[in-house]
Design a protein around this ligand. Structure first.
Ligand SMILES: Cc1cc2nc3c(=O)[nH]c(=O)nc-3n(C[C@H](O)[C@H](O)[C@H](O)COP(=O)(O)O)c2cc1C
Length: 211
């Protein structure tokens, strides 16, 4: 793990705000970006399938490609260290053997159990309708995304989750298979140049049912 800017959970949680303007001079070293992605990928996922995939847009050329696709979010694209397009992989089960094989070989899971799980999970995933798989990969990838935003704070960076972009065009624009990789959200990341706005939250007591 790279050195953390803060490990104070309350500070991380309360201090996170959507930041839309960053210092454009700040570049995030690839090693640190990978460390943050790995930390965020401690997030849970359905049958541990980890369907999240990442496109890290940081070059001038990449940002220029993204620019026409991000609607009203151009300042984040212009100033951030990177724009991370989080995709869900509709064929995520193709890596099931790798995941469960590693668990068995690493002694985390008995070999027999790993085999049994594989033979139950993969056919189930293959049978999912496109709409069901879309839901599954988006739920899992959203958990990843939230965790990534908190991890980024612990590394001293700020973020903005974005849904305002051309979902149907972003994969193809970067040469990715649009049938396979469904965009979940884009997260800008960088060093904030101004504090974010406070925002209102509805109290849980008004949103809960108790039985
Ligand atoms: C799925 C999702 C999509 C969002 N899309 C955008 C967006 O396109 N542009 C933007 O500036 N903020 C976007 N936001 C940020 C929200 O406006 C923000 O999270 C909310 O106002 C609460 O503020 P906070 O993040 O500072 O706590 C999005 C947030 C989420 C979770």
């Amino acid at each position: 793990m790279t050195e953390l800017a803060t490990n104070d959970f309350t500070e991380i949680l309360e201090g996170r705000r959507s930041i839309r303007a960053y210092d454009p001079q700040v570049k995030i070293p690839r090693e640190e970006m990978l460390a943050m992605l790995d930390e965020a990928a401690k997030a849970p996922s359905s049958v541990n399938m980890q369907p999240w995939r990442f496109l890290i847009v940081e070059s001038e050329e990449g940002k220029a490609t993204l620019n026409p696709l991000i609607r009203f979010n151009k300042r984040q694209n212009r100033t951030s260290s990177a724009m991370i397009v989080v995709f869900g992989d509709m064929l995520c089960y193709e890596r099931a053997e790798e995941i469960y094989g590693k668990a068995a070989n690493g002694g985390i899971m008995p070999k027999l159990m790993s085999k049994a799980k594989l033979s139950a999970i993969v056919p189930t995933y293959k049978r999912f309708s496109r709409s069901k798989m879309n839901d599954v990969v988006k739920i899992d990838s959203s958990l990843f995304a939230m965790q990534f935003m908190l991890v980024a704070r612990s590394h001293g960076y700020d973020t903005n989750p974005m849904g305002g972009f051309e979902e149907d065009r972003v994969a193809a624009a970067f040469g990715l298979d649009a049938e396979r990789y469904v965009p979940v959200m884009i997260i800008s990341i960088g060093k904030a140049t101004a504090e974010g706005h406070q925002s209102v939250r509805l109290p849980a007591k008004d949103l809960s049912w108790w039985r």
